[in-house]
Design a protein around this ligand. Structure first.
Ligand SMILES: Nc1ncnc2c1ncn2[C@@H]1O[C@H](COP(=O)(O)OP(=O)(O)OP(=O)(O)O)[C@@H](O)[C@H]1O
Ligand SMILES: [Mg+2]
Length: 464
């Protein structure tokens, strides 16, 4: 049998970035043009790796379902006391769902999932499988964050086949794998963490999830350029992908759903890392907007959509004279190219001479704004510094800017306005183009309609 397997082994080199395969090692991938991404993989033909499976069954064994007889009821969802966490999952973790949970080293993946494990144990047995830390280390963390551990067991194993058999035997409700990069299959000759091993282990996990309705969280490492370490395929194999983000030196963390088969994507939830674990921050807008004066120069609040939720964020601008005559654009939390376009448009309109000045744009809180409706907020904060006009911090701005300086319609305006009202704002700049759609609604907010930047400038001239 040993020889049988050897004969069917095939060596290929696979690009870890895009999955391109080659029979010899290549320095540069001809598909995605990345350098040094080729890794040797040993593939085993299906007849030897799945010897007990379907290879010798006839075609008539295929299971066919009559569409009308399939029960389409949604399966049970497991919930926790962390409502923001559940919201990202689309209302809780589904029975049999596989969630890939990624994030930088030390960001708090193990901590958050240990907390979740404790909460899920009210539904039945939960197993935490760790190939990275010893049970004693996990227990230490658990003691610190107040884990009681009822229905929770720890396994310190990395052999996927042993884990596979154990899960079939125990049929736990929920399993947490910490991490996928530590698992390996002895039948494959590559070491743990290679694309082949990661793919094989994930295949086994998804198979268990489908067959036995066990739900999985798989912790995955990410590479230094922010991609999930392992084959690109990994993200396709799982039902949902969550990424835990944060910056060095800050204690808040942002959990983001980048894929979700059972809920909407690009949702975010905010957590803060405390001595006793991750605490969710329910009213995140308040959190992002704290420590602000009543009136400020160079600051504007924008309500942006992340997934289906509105977050109020502050945009700050600063202009200084360029040293050596080379103007700098230092941007954090916003697309740099977008800032170049926006400044070009305002500069053209009112001749600010920005070409001779340094411009700094910052979004405190570590969130990256991708919503074009924040354009107007950027422009107003730049104009505010330029003219030295302080802006009331009870006023926000919503609008996308076109190249002619026109302020364009935005989506989900009503939702954004409601969030501003909830947080006690008194007025907001909105696009004239949205007037028809919102005129019929009643808001406590004062709505200031704008067609273009000139209208805004006239407005501040009038008000002084
Ligand atoms: N006593 C403590 N009080 C507060 N925070 C702590 C304490 N001990 C550890 N931490 C924090 O917990 C974080 C580690 O969290 P955790 O181990 O969950 O991260 P991780 O994402 O699983 O990391 P890794 O990639 O190493 O597995 C560290 O950043 C550390 O700052
Ligand atoms: Mg960890």
């Amino acid at each position: 049998m040993g020889r049988d397997i050897v004969e069917k082994r095939k060596n290929v080199y696979v690009c870890a970035n895009c999955g391109y395969q080659s029979i010899k090692w290549l320095g540069k991938c001809p598909e995605c043009n990345e350098w040094g991404t080729f890794e040797e993989e040993i593939t085993i033909s299906p007849s030897s790796s799945n010897k007990n499976n379907s290879s010798n069954k006839s075609n008539t064994d295929i299971q066919v379902y009559d569409y009308n007889k399939i029960s389409g009821d949604e399966k049970e969802r497991y919930t926790t006391s962390m409502s923001e966490f559940d919201r990202l999952l689309g209302g809780g973790l589904l029975k049999g769902e596989v969630v890939l949970f990624t994030g930088n080293p030390g960001i708090g993946k193990s901590t958050l999932l240990l907390q979740a494990a404790e909460e899920y144990s009210k539904y039945g047995e939960v197993i935490y499988i760790s190939g990275e830390e010893s049970p004693a280390q996990i227990k230490n963390r658990g003691n610190r964050i107040g884990i009681t551990g009822k229905n929770l067991s720890l396994i310190n194993e990395t052999d996927i086949m042993k884990i596979y058999d154990y899960i079939i035997l125990k049929k736990p409700k929920i399993v947490i794998i910490d991490s996928i990069q530590t698992l390996y299959n002895v039948e494959l000759e590559s070491v743990a963490g290679t694309p082949t091993q990661i793919r094989e282990s994930t295949l086994k996990i998804t198979e268990l999830a489908k067959k036995y309705d066990t739900s999985f969280f798989i912790i995955g490492h990410i590479t230094k350029d922010g991609k999930v370490a392992g084959p690109k395929l990994l993200e396709h194999m799982v039902d949902a992908v969550f990424n835990f983000e944060g910056e060095d030196g800050f204690f808040y963390r942002i959990l983001r759903s980048t894929k979700n088969r059972f809920g909407s994507t690009n949702e975010i939830a905010v957590f803060s890392m405390e001595e006793n674990g991750m605490k969710e921050i329910k009213n995140s807008s308040e959190y992002f907007l704290n420590e602000r004066d009543e009136k400020n120069i160079g600051s504007m609040v924008v309500p942006v959509l992340e997934g289906t939720k509105v977050f109020l964020l502050e945009i700050q601008a600063l202009i200084t004279e360029a040293i050596n005559g080379i103007p700098r654009r230092v941007v954090s939390g916003f697309d740099r190219n977008r800032i170049q376009i926006l400044t070009a448009v305002v500069d053209k309109k009112i001749g600010m001479g920005l070409g001779m000045m340094d411009l700094f744009i910052n979004v405190p809180g570590g969130i990256n704004i991708n919503d074009p409706s924040a354009d107007l907020g950027v422009i107003i904060s730049i104009l505010s510094v330029f003219r030295g006009v302080a802006i009331s911090q009870k006023i926000a701005a919503i609008g996308e800017l076109g190249l002619r300086g026109e302020i364009r319609k935005v989506f989900f305006l009503d939702k954004r306005l409601k969030e501003l009202e909830k947080l006690g704002f008194s007025g907001v700049y909105v696009p004239e183009a949205n007037r028809k759609e919102i005129e019929k609604n009643r808001y406590k907010l004062k709505l200031i309609y704008l067609r273009n930047i000139e209208e805004f400038l006239e407005g501040i001239k009038k008000d002084g």
